[in-house]
Write a protein that binds this ligand. Structure first.
Ligand code: SME
Length: 155
């Protein structure tokens, strides 16, 4: 369970990172590392970005955690692709019960995917995996939506 005071502290730090002198990739990487290292149930944290050169496809951006084979995901495929398709947050308590799921690590038990928008258009997603079942709730969602709003200008 994520604590409100940790959220506000991280949101403040992410605001500083977004405004920093680093390049866009370095900023997004720092944000992934910050989230993974400070929230115990966030075991993999990554950005998937809408690929402007492809038709309805996500491309893996900066991430923190073990490498994944899912570096490109078509809209509709897996949890990330479904979230991109209908532009809604997905909270999955038990990934083993999902028929449309792309596994990258057998230790992952639950997942949250939050779409990121700029000018009302989908531009990417935040994808978080947890080794704990049912690790995510509406506090995580509100927190990650806020991070999406903060990062949208640099995606
Ligand atoms: N599980 C995701 C794929 C991305 S990996 O978790 C990093 C999905 O089903 O879309």
């Amino acid at each position: 369970m994520i604590r409100e005071n940790i959220c506000s502290n991280l949101i403040r730090k992410i605001g500083v990172i977004v405004e920093s002198e680093k390049d866009r990739t370095a900023k997004l990487q720092t944000i992934c590392d910050l989230l993974k290292n400070n929230i115990p149930h966030y075991d993999w944290v990554g950005f998937y970005l809408v690929d402007k050169k492809a038709e309805r496809e996500l491309i893996l951006g900066p991430y923190s955690g073990e490498p994944t084979e899912h570096t490109r995901i078509k809209f509709g495929q897996g949890i990330c692709g479904q979230a991109a398709d209908i532009e809604k947050t997905f909270i999955i308590d038990d990934v083993t019960r999902e028929t449309n799921y792309l596994s990258c690590n057998a230790r992952v038990k639950s997942e949250i995917v939050v779409p990121i928008f700029r000018d009302n258009a989908l531009i990417g997603e935040l994808d978080i995996d947890s080794h704990t079942p049912a690790a995510f709730n509406n506090i995580d969602e509100d927190f990650l939506v806020r991070i999406g709003e903060l990062t949208a200008p640099i995606i």
